[in-house]
Design a protein around this ligand. Structure first.
Ligand SMILES: *Cc1c(COP(=O)(O)O)cnc(C)c1O
Length: 403
């Protein structure tokens, strides 16, 4: 079955034949006798107990996303940040280190930096090549984290090379694929062990809710890993068992069953939308490159982009819906944003509507100038999340805004 067909055909099981997931707005589930509930509580029988831990509506999207990524299990959480914190805290303890590329979504960068308050040391790599990661590996490294396409740095790490390095050193690799979605890349096939999405973005597609997911590739030998002794009996599924049984349960970042459904409803149109996002972004990037008032356009689909070759190798069906441009100064960036008619000025990506933001004064306002530059956030940079409108309207809008 082709991926496009699979997106539409992921079936649910329902006693009445419903084809969309019914929403179980129950916080708890009753059992006829105490013996059965005891079994479920002690992992000796399958069942739902309490919706902070798991919920049948939420499980529906978890199963779909696991299948689409080529993973075995998934945990849906209240946000992308909840997915990232749950995944990383499942692996970390005071005294540990981890490695991350510097080209990160602002919230992730701040979370990682704040881990220092809990005695955990983040090691941010200078670059995104294998050597940049290799030089930071120590015997305390608990995982490597990267984004498939840096938001908003627009750089593409050597994912295959880094996955190989991680394998050789028995270090799990966590990949945030929010910006690319499983339409462009399936990181587990390239050797990643855990895949993260903020489902709030492309998976949802219409900005109607927040959500995040951790997809477990079940392709890492957790028996060698510290602090997994209790979970050995889960074998390759030990990560999800530990994550759900400890951090997810303890911190409580569960998705509301209604939000789970809202995020799930985006899945059938994901490929259709992603293709249009990619086509529009490429055309808009080409148009902006030609414009005399635009100093620089960052989009991996452009033939002369530094990451064009790598993008072609790693991504299928396009180069994503996000691009950035530099226009000379913060004042000019503000003026252009204010002049745009069709682009909403807001902090989000992945909507069918086109969006713009000035990252330096918003998402990265709390970071130092040095930090911002390492994250590719310059004062004259505008981030654009290109929607699915007719691209001629988007080009015309930028033309008038720049004029
Ligand atoms: C938005 C985003 C996140 C965080 O997701 P939320 O759902 O907003 O918590 C993480 N990573 C990337 C790449 C993002 O774009």
């Amino acid at each position: 079955m082709d991926f496009e067909t699979e997106l539409v055909n992921l079936k649910i099981k329902d006693q009445y034949g419903a084809t969309n997931t019914p929403v179980y707005l129950n916080n708890s589930f009753a059992y006829d006798n105490a013996e059965d509930l005891e079994k479920v509580f002690n992992n000796r029988a399958m069942g739902y107990i309490y919706s902070r831990i798991s919920n049948p509506s939420t499980k529906s999207i978890e199963d779909k996303l696991a299948s689409l990524e080529g993973g075995k299990q998934a945990i849906l959480s209240a946000s992308g940040m909840a997915a990232i914190s749950t995944a990383t805290l499942t692996l970390l303890e005071a005294g540990d280190e981890f490695i991350s590329t510097s080209s990160l979504f602002g919230g992730t960068y701040n979370l990682f930096k704040n881990y220092q308050k809990y005695g955990i040391t983040p090691r941010f790599s200078q670059g995104i090549e294998v050597e940049d990661i290799a030089e930071l590996v120590t015997n305390k490294t608990k995982f490597v984290f990267l984004e498939t396409l840096g938001n908003p740095k627009m750089d593409i790490p050597d994912i295959k090379g880094i996955a190989k390095l991680c394998q050789e050193n028995q270090i799990p690799l966590i990949v945030d694929s929010t910006v690319t979605s499983p339409v462009l890349i399936k990181p587990i096939e390239l050797g990643a062990n855990l895949v993260i999405h903020s489902t709030s973005k492309y998976i949802n597609g219409t900005s109607n809710s927040i959500g995040g997911v951790i997809i477990d590739g079940a392709n890492f030998d957790w028996t060698t890993f510290d602090n997994f002794a209790e979970y050995k009996r889960f074998g390759k599924l030990a990560f999800t068992a530990k994550a759900r049984g400890e951090v997810f349960k303890d911190f409580g970042p569960c998705s509301s069953p209604l939000s789970s459904l809202l995020n799930e409803l985006g899945i059938p149109t994901l490929a259709l939308r992603m293709k249009k996002h990619c086509q529009n972004a490429l055309e808009l990037a080409e148009f902006l490159t030609e414009h005399p008032k635009v100093k620089e356009v960052n989009y991996p689909g452009l033939a002369d982009n530094k990451y064009n070759k790598r993008a072609k190798e790693l991504f299928s069906d396009g180069f994503g819906g996000m691009l950035t441009l530099r226009v000379g100064s913060k004042e000019k960036a503000f003026e252009i944003i204010n002049n745009l008619e069709y682009f909403y000025n807001l902090a989000n990506i992945g909507d069918v509507k086109s969006l713009v933001i000035h990252p330096a004064s918003t998402i990265y306002a709390g970071n130092t100038i040095k930090e911002r530059e390492a994250l590719g956030v310059y004062n004259d940079l505008i981030r654009v999340s290109v929607g699915i409108e007719n691209v001629e309207d988007l080009k015309a809008d930028f033309a008038q805004a720049l004029k």
